[in-house]
Design a protein around this ligand. Sequence first.
Ligand code: 5AD
Ligand code: SF4
Length: 443
Amino acid sequence: MTKKLFIKTYGCQMNVYDSARMTDVLGGQGYATCATPEEADLVVINTCHIREKAAEKVYSELGRLNALRRFRRSEGRDLRIAVTGCVAQAEGGEMQRRAPFVDLVVGPQAYHRLGDLVAALEATKTQAIDTEFPVVSKFDALPAQTSSAAAAFLTVQEGCDKFCTFCVVPYTRGAEYSRPFADVHAEAERLVELGAREITLLGQNVNAYHGERADGGRCSLGELVRRLAEIPLLQRIRYTTSHPLDMDADLIRAHAEVPALMPFVHLPVQSGSDRILAAMNRRHRADDYRRVVDALRDARSDIALSGDFIVGFPGETDADFAETLQLVDDVGYAHAYSFKYSPRPGTPAADHDGQLTDTVKEERLAALLAKLETQRLAFDKTMVGRTLDVLLERGGRKPGQLAGRSPYMHAVHVDAPKSLLGSVAAVEVVAANPNSLTGRLAR
Ligand code: 5AD
Ligand code: SF4
């Protein structure tokens, strides 16, 4: 009998990719995925540690799972529980103290060993913690994908050497590492064979990509994009997340020259104040960021920008925050994420003077969100009446509808036959809703 696996994924798209790869690994142990923890023999919680809220959610989720397990055991069945991802990495043994019922704690660089760990758990009830950074890359040990969505993710780079003072990533994901060009290319070809028409290249610092080439040289992200664009049937390429410092001229030029490279760039800036950017160790000023945005728009005038912002960083004054609002006005975002600063244990900023109250953070967050929301809605409105290419990836909200993404990342719903699933269709936008667009197939 096949065993049932339920994976719950928190956090970024890299975790979504990792969860898909863990599904492949556990498929080798006879596990097939199911839709709820109630049906599962093994539950994997793939966690995020970026902000405190994200990490705390894990423990409440684990509490619920423990209750489910007790109930199961009263019925003579078992439930196995594994925690993976960045909370697993950061907490390690601490997790087994706070939640001793967790069977496996496996970090993001060690999940290729999940199959063996699960086998040992089944055979001898051996609980384990594996938060090593192995010398051999996990990518070499992972089984090949056996299925792909129309819009697929492909991790090309991991880790970060930037050490922004607020961020846990350099500690949980480790030093920056780029996968060799040939491996990335082979995986992209495989995903396309399996039906992918769009690939989003992923990395914590994706535009720092410098994968080794067969000739021993290094391949930049711009070059990678150009090479992948030559794969027949691959219609769209995206990449995320980028650091402004690594936005080099070649990558910017690729936006002008490679039609498959989508006109949407997620480019976090965090703050518009040079003083705060310095305290964050971002290594660029607000005007450097403005210049990158201008260069992107010179390369491709319709490029849509998305960003990340942190409000209430230690020492942030009203004047600093006003500079963030000014930067938002200057850039004009299609979309953005904003967060209240969350002190993360072990990061330098957690010990900075001038920690702000939650009230101040809330006020600034509300002001920033209001401005960003106004920009987003205005941007979405400009889409009405336009015909956009939409990659139809899934069923829509209503029967008879399909849904997918515009080049600018809008969710678009359209009446369309199922036969169009997995293909790019021209869609005329008829309405901009609060969180999506509605369109009709254009003839
Ligand atoms: N507090 C608040 N937001 C944070 N981010 C990263 N670390 C923190 C933190 N300690 C945000 C940044 C980053 C995004 C992924 O999460 O904006 O770009
Ligand atoms: Fe974290 Fe991004 Fe800064 Fe790296 S560049 S430390 S991942 S915020």
